[in-house]
Design a protein around this ligand. Structure first.
Ligand code: SAM
Length: 257
């Protein structure tokens, strides 16, 4: 794709939905909505480096990585780059799904060996929690995912997404997920979005306590001077039902997508 075509595509996709994730496409960086926060420890690669990657409990070869609420696909790219054998993203918002489609198509053309492992589905988990995010609620025509068709995963990432989902669906998803994903990393903020699913550390731990065991957590790193003081954390949970496969790499056969 020519540079001008990339510029035009990035601009028109930004009109569908603002760019939440900063991603490089053909030398161009997507124009994120809040430049001040984009490179802090709390967003984008900073979120991955501080809150996600340190909690990944195994080496990625032969493993399946799923992200619910993958937005424009940044963490799918990083998981594929890190070496996961299969990577799947679910995105429920039409505009962000289109952004992810564009980004992933680009990378699959550039580095097919790595990126052909990534799949993206335009579907969502449950309903959106009305008012779950003050700045924006999910507007989507995509179908809800059947619980029974959740893909098997070694690791599922829920980064700043649970509090977007209505409380009842989030509770059901967390319970069902314990039968299809061995590990789950939750990244969230110590705040409260009362009409969505769990948000604060206390709410997240409470929601996971029946079906998951907490393995390890990460509290905020020293505040970045550019950061507005967001109190973010991440926790790694292990399912009480999916047996550990740490010594056997069987997940690719187990995977259903
Ligand atoms: C705050 S963004 C976080 C994006 C990404 N996980 C990150 O941490 O950079 C929340 C994302 O979850 C998506 N989302 C919200 N509710 C969803 C649902 N029920 N099913 C699938 N995706 C959902 C939104 O459309 C949005 O892309």
């Amino acid at each position: 794709m020519k540079k001008q075509d990339v510029d035009n595509a990035v601009e028109s996709l930004g009109e569908l939905r603002y760019w939440y994730q900063r991603i490089e496409v053909a030398g161009e960086v997507t124009p994120v909505f809040n430049k001040g926060m984009a490179e802090t420890a709390f967003y984008n690669r900073g979120k991955w480096d501080h809150f996600i990657r340190p909690l990944i409990p195994f080496s990625p070869e032969g493993r399946v990585f799923v992200e619910c609420g993958c937005n424009a696909g940044l963490f799918l790219l990083l998981a594929a780059e890190m070496g996961f054998s299969r990577v799947l993203g679910l995105e429920g918002d039409d505009g962000w799904y289109q952004q992810a489609r564009f980004v992933l198509d680009h990378y699959q053309h550039q580095e097919p060996e790595v990126y052909k492992r990534i799949r993206l589905t335009h579907s969502r988990i449950g309903k959106s929690g009305e008012g779950a995010s003050k700045s924006c609620t999910i507007e989507s025509s995509c179908p809800e995912k059947e619980w029974s068709s959740l893909p098997s995963a070694d690791l599922t990432l829920l980064a700043n997404v649970l509090y977007w989902i209505d409380r009842e669906s989030a509770a059901r998803y967390i319970a069902e997920l314990a039968h299809t994903s061995e590990y789950c990393i939750v990244v969230s903020v110590n705040g409260s979005y009362p009409l969505g699913g769990p948000c604060s550390k206390e709410e997240v731990c409470h929601a996971f306590k029946n079906d998951w065991q907490e393995v390890q957590g990460i509290s905020p790193p020293p505040l970045d001077t550019r950061e507005r003081g967001r109190d973010m954390f991440s926790i790694l949970f292990h399912s009480r039902y999916v047996p550990s496969h740490l010594d056997e790499k069987v997940s690719v056969q187990r995977g259903t997508f």
